[in-house]
Design a binder for this molecule. Sequence first.
Ligand SMILES: Cc1cc2nc3c(=O)[nH]c(=O)nc-3n(C[C@H](O)[C@H](O)[C@H](O)COP(=O)(O)OP(=O)(O)OC[C@H]3O[C@@H](n4cnc5c(N)ncnc54)[C@H](O)[C@@H]3O)c2cc1C
Length: 369
Amino acid sequence: MDELPARADVVIVGGGFAGAATAWWLARHGVVDVAVLEREDLLGLHASGRNAGMCRQLAEDDRWTALCARGARLLREPPDGWTGRSPLTVTGSLLVADAAVTLGTLAARAAAHGVRHRLLDRDEVWARVPAVAGMPCVGAIEAFDDGVIDSTALLHGLASGARRAGARVVVRAEVEATRPAGDEVEVATTRGVVRARVVVCAAGAWAGEVGGRAGATDAEFVAVKRHLFFLAQAPAGPAVGDPFVWHVGPGPEREVYVRNGADGLIASACDATRARPGDVRVDPEASTRLGARLAVMAPRLAERAVTATWACLRTYAPEGPPRIGWDRDVPWLCWVAGLGGHGATSALAVGEEAAAVIAARLPRLARTR
Ligand SMILES: Cc1cc2nc3c(=O)[nH]c(=O)nc-3n(C[C@H](O)[C@H](O)[C@H](O)COP(=O)(O)OP(=O)(O)OC[C@H]3O[C@@H](n4cnc5c(N)ncnc54)[C@H](O)[C@@H]3O)c2cc1C
């Protein structure tokens, strides 16, 4: 990776999907004097490297769904400047529900956002993915263009594309303080000081801490811990290439997902426990809870051995959808944070929007200097 520069037009704090996608799209706007600062030794040690890699377009509201549908399109058909193959394998998805009204809401959202879909009744769900036969439900919505994302390929495609265009990606550079210095901003890191015109807060679960230290008063984010599990593969499937299956409730005690991909078979009981920002540990009883959930919701998978378990934080802005835009108090601070449970799907759309916001203000900042 790169050395810390003494100065950059834009300093981005955080080398996950949010920061890397913003840097990638800034380069498309010709803004290449950019430094992405990442505290860890490597990119993707937190949510962007520890997620389930499902590309799910239908999300909890219209704003999220718009970002996820746009992000999914950009994953399927990578934008000009993307090198290498698409990080998405299209498999489709089944969002399974207990109530017809839930499916009706999702179908209306799919129609509004141009998400190709069809409705299935319970027997069709069980036939479509036999590994979840027995899953209690009234039916599902199948979103044909959902799929499985190679998160490593996505993150490194974004970071290496930004670097090729001129951005620097600096690891082991924890941002400790950010303060105005003359007509610029001084960013103090564990590797030294870098001056900037704009600071982007893309620090994932730590976004509130980083933004708060920069003087933002609206810097509360909510982090929730979720466990994921690799399950042993077995001939009874689900097969690689099957749609992922996500029971969406309603009700957290019903939620569960299972997806198969080139990296393995992943399941989660969709737990969501509030946590402080940090490198969260696995709860000792987590796999027992998964087994109990699968026994009810996907009985054919309940006996499958857990081969690995991990946990990580999903981070939300209190307003719900991600926060993309300028801080209301600190004029040089731009937020790209709160990507919740959709950051892999929406990354390219989030970065596209963030970069447009930043690029639009950079010339004005230049004139006032
Ligand atoms: C268990 C789980 C499953 C998920 N599954 C899916 C899924 O299937 N599909 C989907 O679309 N999304 C999924 N997500 C969501 C997705 O992973 C996140 O929305 C996304 O990774 C968030 O990206 P980010 O860049 O905001 O945060 P992060 O990836 O956490 O990146 C933030 C970075 O900032 C760095 N940082 C923090 N503070 C500082 C500092 N002071 N100085 C320098 N660097 C700093 C951190 O080290 C970190 O690398 C899942 C998330 C979790 C936790």
